[in-house]
Design a protein around this ligand. Structure first.
Ligand code: P1T
Length: 379
């Protein structure tokens, strides 16, 4: 089955009772049993819910994986993966990544004895140098949040596979429409489903997709034992959102390319980070690894003045200033004070994230209106 057909049909059957084409919202906390232990496969809704099962199977199909497991948020999914490790285990992560991922690693799991190092994974040689005998996992974002750097999943997978290290790819920015990390050698894919998969800025959710049966069993155990499960209404909204994922992503990509090209020629813009631009350092890799360049970009204004960056962010009419991304509506974010504020300033600046960086999640509105909005806001 090809992607668009999978998005609409994979794992989804008409309701056996009524024939309803849309998966019902099983809004229940428990299921009636005939006698103790004799039931139809469902006991308690933290453990299983039919709406959630359908979504999990659909997500697994989109990532060409065997198992899909959903959590109450993207960070809930990250939390479940980190619980696979024990004190003394070392984890290497991209030095450019979502601030909340950095925060759960450093402020929560480091306190429990896990060890983290943050490395520029755009350079596989830097990863090789950072690996020690205690390294148990490598955590990649690609493209990274918010600098849109590209990391070579195949090259990193060759290094991790040979050493028995797990490779996790946060595929939130690309979405499964543009990139399938399991096909490139990753062991685990994680998503903030909140973003492109949901697509309509109305749900917070996370998911893990993987092939390995034992790890899937451990993660499903954590899902039930720790309890960070999404509710059935949210699962329904995401199932509905996914039905148009391919169509939305095509427009996100087209619009972001036009916006990036507009910004690049703007005299007041000094730098545009978008993998679809031929001079982006990851452009060739993106062409190999992805099926499009995505809807996310970030940029810096000439002169690097904070007051000017703030003025631009305050002046938008169509773009809304807010955290998050991947919805149909265009959003603008100030990473230094919003999504990445939990990373210390020195750490941010060492990795190239300036206080003046502006991040855009380019929506699927009419692109001429978006460009006009940028023109009036930048001046
Ligand atoms: O917000 P949540 O669903 O818990 O997902 C966390 C998360 C994980 N991975 C990536 C790459 C992310 O971007 C996020 C959340 N990011 C934002 C809210 C943001 O505006 O960048």
């Amino acid at each position: 089955m090809n992607f668009a057909t999978k998005a609409i049909h994979a794992g989804i059957e008409p309701d056996p009772t009524t024939g309803a084409i849309m998966t019902p919202i099983y809004q229940t906390s428990t299921y009636v049993q005939e006698s103790p232990g004799k039931h139809k496969g469902y006991e308690y809704a933290r453990t299983q819910n039919p709406t959630r099962t359908v979504l999990q199977n659909n997500l697994a199909a989109l990532e060409n994986g065997k198992h899909g497991i959903c959590y109450a948020s993207g960070l809930g999914a990250t939390d479940a993966i980190l619980k696979l490790f024990r004190p003394g285990d070392e984890i290497i992560a991209s030095n450019d990544l979502y601030g909340g991922t950095y925060r759960i690693m450093v402020r929560v799991y480091q306190e429990f004895g896990l060890k983290f190092s943050f490395v520029n994974l755009a350079d596989p040689a830097a990863l090789e140098a950072a690996i020690t005998p205690a390294t148990k996992m490598v955590w990649i974002e690609t493209p990274t949040n918010p600098l849109l750097r590209l990391v070579d999943i195949t090259a990193i997978a060759a290094l991790t596979r040979a050493r028995g290290i797990r490779l996790v790819v946060d595929n939130t920015f690309a979405s499964p429409y543009l990139q399938n990390p399991l096909d490139l050698g990753a062991d685990i894919v994680v998503h903030s489903v909140t973003k492109y998969l949901g697509g309509h800025s109305d749900t917070v959710m996370g998911a893990i997709i993987l092939n390995d049966d034992d790890t899937a069993q451990q993660l499903a155990f954590i899902q039930n034992a720790c309890g960070a499960v999404p509710g059935p209404q949210d699962c329904f909204l995401v199932l509905r959102g996914i039905k148009t994922l391919h169509v939305r992503m095509q427009r996100h990509c087209e619009n972001a390319q036009r916006v990036a090209e507009y910004l690049q020629q703007h005299p007041k813009v000094s730098r545009v980070h978008y993998p679809g631009l031929p001079d982006h350092p990851g452009h060739e890799l993106a062409k190999r690894q992805m099926r499009g360049f995505g809807g996310m970009l970030s940029f810096e204004l000439a002169g690097d003045r904070m007051d000017e960056a703030v003025h631009v962010m305050e002046s938008f009419g169509v773009f809304s200033l807010g955290e998050s991304l991947g919805g149909v509506e265009s959003l603008c974010t100030h990473p230094a004070s919003m999504t990445h504020a939990s990373i210390p300033k020195e750490e941010r600046e060492k990795n190239g994230l300036k206080d003046t960086l502006i991040r855009l999640s380019v929506g699927i509105e009419d692109v001429d209106d978006l460009i006009q909005d940028l023109a009036q806001a930048i001046g």
